[in-house]
Design a binder for this molecule. Structure first.
Ligand SMILES: Nc1nc2c(ncn2[C@@H]2O[C@H](COP(=O)(O)OP(=O)(O)O)[C@@H](O)[C@H]2O)c(=O)[nH]1
Ligand SMILES: [Mg+2]
Length: 337
């Protein structure tokens, strides 16, 4: 069965899957608009798959921010696949490219879908880190909504005590999604409010505590010291925590996001990425670069500003979003070879 057909089947099977693919489809419309029209163009220009074809393909992938090393690996794999299947006709390659993109992301793992490290019978503590403006507070609000909808008791703690308005912004999210927010006044010690957050979460018997933090990168040393201190306080209170350190990155900042990830990884043990604003970029290939070049899983993606616009990262749904037009317009019979 062709890969397009496989994706088409999967994402039309249940209402839930359909909803997921619709979200990726609309969130990735900018990337798809540029990426899939370029691929279609490429295939129209080269009927035969040759060296020039691959050179142009490399260029398209690099422009989509896939990352040079990842592109090299991907193109090598594609060349092998072309040989193996004896593919001559370039139009057959769209399907193979989409399949390789999932493979390159997910590797040999069966898990193409990310999961949070939730503690089944205990408090889970997730720390959100990242520079100003990337979407930490917004993502916390969205995730709080999602977890509450799943029946979990969520508490938020306003650890960004530095920026004016940051505490209030989290408070507004808390009211909006109906969860409690633990806060101190502006300028107070972030580690102290996080400590209070843990005590409150415990006494309320909460399932999940989501910790916001400040992200001023102008003073890198201070920021990293502050994060270490916050982390120490969490570890002292709950030795197995934090159960996730989620680094929030803004997809529209492209390669800059990769360098932020390197800086934060040096200072703290990042367990996953929340990649926001994918809806705002035509270069959604950054997801693959992050996975391959940093070896940190993307756990969530932000696909818009609405409270429901945060999705668990799913490599197949991502690729569906990239190729949706081709997948949906492909007729089943010709694919069934
Ligand atoms: N379009 C879009 N905007 C987002 C997304 N996530 C966050 N934002 C916006 O990014 C801006 C900064 O977000 P904020 O949560 O305050 O960032 P923080 O400084 O890291 O806490 C806000 O205007 C958000 O609405 C997303 O996935 N898509
Ligand atoms: Mg914030």
């Amino acid at each position: 069965m062709s890969f397009f057909k496989k994706l088409k089947d999967k994402f039309s099977k249940t209402e839930e899957n359909q909803e997921v693919s619709d979200k990726y489809k609309s969130g990735l419309s900018k990337t798809r608009g540029s990426f899939s029209s370029k691929i279609n163009n490429l295939v129209a220009r080269y009927r035969q798959v040759d060296e020039d074809f691959f050179d142009d393909l490399e260029e398209i992938l690099i422009q989509a921010d896939v990352g040079v090393n990842t592109v090299m690996d991907l193109v090598d794999e594609l060349k092998m696949e072309v040989k193996r299947q004896n593919i001559k006709d370039s139009s057959m390659l769209k399907d193979v490219i989409s399949e390789k993109l999932v493979e390159i992301y997910a590797g040999d793992e069966e898990t193409v879908k990310a999961e949070l490290n939730l503690q089944p019978n205990d408090l889970s503590i997730f720390l959100f880190v990242g520079v100003n403006g990337v979407g930490k507070t917004t993502s916390i609000g969205k995730l709080a909504h999602q977890l509450s909808e799943q029946g979990k008791k969520v508490v938020l703690v306003a650890g960004d005590t530095f920026r004016a308005g940051a505490i209030e912004q989290l408070d507004v999210w808390g009211q909006r999604v109906g969860v409690e927010v633990i806060k101190h006044s502006e300028g107070s010690d972030p580690a102290a409010v996080i400590y209070d957050g843990i005590q409150a979460a415990r006494s309320r018997n909460a399932d999940v505590l989501l910790c916001d933090t400040a992200g001023r990168l102008q003073n890198k040393v201070n920021l990293m010291n502050e994060l270490s201190k916050v982390k120490r306080v969490i570890e002292r209170e709950v030795p197995s925590a934090p159960h996730e350190v989620l680094l929030v990155l803004d997809a529209t900042t492209g390669q800059n996001a990769l360098s932020q990830a390197k800086t934060f990884s040096e200072a703290t043990n990042v367990t996953g990425i929340v990649l926001t604003k994918l809806d705002g970029t035509a270069k959604g290939g950054i997801v693959l670069a992050i996975r391959k070049e940093l070896n940190i899983p993307v756990k969530y993606v932000g696909l818009g500003e609405k409270v429901t616009d945060l999705e668990v990262f799913d490599a197949q749904a991502f690729v569906y979003g990239l190729f949706a037009d081709m997948i949906e317009s492909s007729d089943d019979e010709s694919l069934d070879s």
